[in-house]
Design a protein around this ligand. Structure first.
Ligand code: RP5
Ligand code: MG
Ligand code: MG
Length: 272
């Protein structure tokens, strides 16, 4: 059973707020934890932002939980989430922090993650297999996040009313291509076929008891390396670095991104 890890027992990012301790055994809400007393924290950075919910006690804020609330999707991929004292409850369990932290939405915050892949090739253009497994080595476009310096899938938040397919293309173009002029090629490559490999909770370091990240991850694979596999990568927006990264079991990525990439490896029967 999955227990989140990145959002426990650490300092909340960009703050001096320490999370209340939560051991592996204490994660699930069904497990009694009478002493549980998490600090409440909502980052001052999100105040008044267009992408963020107003404070819960605000007159104008009448959230429709567990449904499409106007343009804002407040549905979780994990079924109906519970409310406690009027606040959405993290579907995995305790994080040691209540409030919203630096996430814009109470409850689920929807993101999209494009996993763009190609096969590793030598200088002659021949596929490179791993000698031990005999399987071809996959490469993915990874960005280095500016907030925690970790390598990650170049994903981002779904804007209100935005179709996930648009988010995937937009975030890839922003973070890995720095708004390239190759827009048409990228457009076509993304339109021709992404395969969904994951949909659900993200073990993100920003999650709290009342706000969490969920994503839809699609694989866009350039089989012969003639399309996006040829593009010059250039980091942009909230990415400080970008590169083609060899994929194997040693891959260390932000949140649970390596587990998500693993699904692509299985799908393409690549070396791991
Ligand atoms: C991750 O954060 C998601 O899986 C997605 O990659 C990303 C979205 O947030 P930002 O990159 O916009 O911060 O947890
Ligand atoms: Mg972005
Ligand atoms: Mg991003």
């Amino acid at each position: 059973i999955f227990r989140h890890l990145m959002c426990r027992n650490n300092m909340y990012p960009r703050s001096s707020v320490l999370r209340f301790p939560v051991s592996d055994e204490q994660v699930f809400w069904s497990e009694p934890y009478p002493d549980y007393c998490p600090p409440e924290y909502t980052s001052p950075h999100i105040g008044g932002q267009v992408w963020a919910d107003p404070p819960l006690n605000s007159e104008v804020f009448k959230p429709q939980w567990n449904q499409l609330d106007g343009q804002v999707n407040r549905k979780s991929f994990h079924g109906s989430y519970k409310l406690r004292d009027g606040l959405p409850l993290n579907p995995i369990g305790r994080t040691g922090l209540s409030g919203r932290g630096s996430l814009g939405r109470w409850g689920p915050n929807h993101a999209a993650d494009p996993i763009v892949t190609r096969w590793k090739r030598n200088e002659q253009g021949a596929l490179e297999a791993n000698p031990a497994t005999g399987k071809n080595i996959l490469q993915m476009v990874a960005i280095q996040r500016s907030d925690n310096k970790l390598w990650a899938i170049p994903g981002g938040m779904v804007d209100p009313g935005e179709n996930v397919s648009v988010t995937l293309k937009r975030e890839f173009t922003e973070e890995a291509l720095n708004f390239t002029d190759k827009a048409n090629m990228v457009e076509q490559f993304f339109r021709e076929g992404g395969v969904q490999v994951y949909q659900g909770y993200v073990d993100d370091f920003r999650n709290t008891d009342n706000a969490w990240m969920e994503t839809t991850a699609l694989n866009f694979h350039d089989e012969d390396g003639s399309q996006v596999g040829q593009l010059e990568l250039l980091a942009g927006d909230d990415a400080t670095n970008v590169r083609w990264t060899d994929v194997d079991s040693g891959l260390k990525l932000h949140a649970n991104h390596a587990d998500i990439v693993r699904e692509v490896v299985i799908r393409l029967n690549a070396h791991w």
